[in-house]
Ligand binder design. Structure first.
Ligand SMILES: *Cc1c(COP(=O)(O)O)cnc(C)c1O
Length: 371
């Protein structure tokens, strides 16, 4: 029997162990734990890879969204539109600045916010949209930017799952006012703890975000405003710097692995494999299939040594945390139906063809027994 984790962080570490150990040791040796050189290096290199004017390194991907919303002036009484299927950071940050999250159902093929249902959710209080490039799939940015222009709305792209995803050959993350990234260990570019970042081409917004994340001071003891403590840790920055030179190769490997899954699962009628939005590059943070027999399949795969997960078992508006908004599950027919059907199969650059064949064969065996 094989043992295939959802994400193989250990195997990735072993491939870069020498340089990684050295980079971590160097930070300790220099005792530059806060705002060390590695943080500045990451800021420069990440921005450069994206051809973005500014990167603001922060403590995690959730803070990144909160900080951007705050510095765009989103506040009490405002509404911000986001998707029904995401991690709670996409919406809890809206509440953190005092605004109200307004959820929109997802596109049945691509899992991202349904661009055709956004306009109906816009009110006179709407100030921004947070499109989430979920699973690594690009949102329909053309339609979303057109709405932003028509209604004068801010756009904050949540790129936590979409490092180097492309929409018409442009990286997602530079379409809106700013974009936010998570470098949580399991993300496509992951630190060895919490880490995050903001990208923007807007100089004033970049400086305001940076100042806010550092207690309201760009220079030590010169507090122009009150802020928060959301610095990127130097050790985490050093870890990210080691990984940056590999990230494009790792992204290609994910895409390759997704094609292999598609190939080996093509004739399994009981499941729906992920589709890629035309004219985009999906970075496959997750490889999500849909099946009516999800629970039984997950259990069967577990017995075969294959780890799976559900992203996510409850759509955001259906959560207890949002009961106060008085939504009904039927307001989000696709997201509500899919919360019972989605299953994430192992996906990472370290996954190989032999393992994918094994996983595909186990899935076929399961449906042969079931039918
Ligand atoms: C992971 C994630 C975040 C939050 O990132 P953290 O670094 O864990 O705070 C935000 N949005 C989405 C869609 C995510 O997947």
């Amino acid at each position: 029997m094989q043992n295939i984790p959802l994400v193989n962080l250990k195997s990735q570490y072993l491939k870069i162990k020498n340089e990684m150990d050295q980079a971590i040791f160097d930070v300790i040796d220099q005792t530059a734990f806060i705002n060390g050189q590695a943080v500045q290096d990451f800021e420069n290199q990440f921005a450069k890879l994206y051809k973005a004017n500014y990167c603001v390194p922060v403590a995690n991907g959730t803070d990144a969204i909160y900080i951007v919303l705050k510095k765009l002036g989103i506040k009490d009484g405002d509404e911000v539109i986001t998707t029904a299927n995401s991690w709670i950071s996409s919406s809890e940050t809206i509440t953190q600045v005092g605004a109200k999250p307004v959820f929109v159902d997802i596109n049945p093929d691509f899992y991202t916010i349904d661009e055709n249902k956004i306009e109906a959710a816009i009110s006179k209080n709407t100030k921004a949209i947070i499109p989430v490039h979920i699973q690594g799939q690009s949102c329909e940015m053309g339609s979303i930017m057109a709405l932003a222009k028509k209604y004068n709305l801010h756009i904050i792209e949540d790129c936590a799952q979409a490092h180097f995803t492309e929409y018409y050959e442009q990286h997602v993350g530079l379409f809106g006012d700013a974009s936010t990234f998570s470098f949580f260990p399991g993300k496509n570019l992951g630190a060895y703890g919490d880490a995050g970042g903001i990208l923007t081409n807007n100089e004033r917004l970049a400086l305001n975000c940076k100042m806010f994340a550092r207690h309201g001071a760009l220079k030590k003891h010169e507090h122009e405003i009150e802020g928060i403590n959301s610095r990127l840790d130097t050790i985490q920055a050093a870890i990210l710097n080691v990984k940056l030179p590999y990230i494009l190769e790792w992204t290609s490997k994910r895409i390759e692995n997704a094609s292999l899954y598609n190939k080996y699962l093509a004739d399994v009628k009981e499941i729906v494999c992920p589709k890629v939005r035309p004219n985009t590059k999906h970075s496959f943070h997750l490889y999500v299939i849909r099946t009516k027999k999800r629970e039984k399949l997950a259990l069967y795969l577990k017995e075969k040594g294959i780890e799976t997960a559900v992203h996510y078992p409850v759509a955001l508006p259906n959560m207890k945390a949002y009961q106060y908004l008085n939504y009904k599950p039927t307001d989000f027919p696709i997201a509500t139906a899919y919360q019972e059907l989605m299953l994430s199969l192992p996906m990472c650059p370290e996954l190989n063809e032999e393992q994918i064949v094994y996983i595909a064969n186990c899935i076929k065996q399961f449906f042969a027994i079931e039918s």
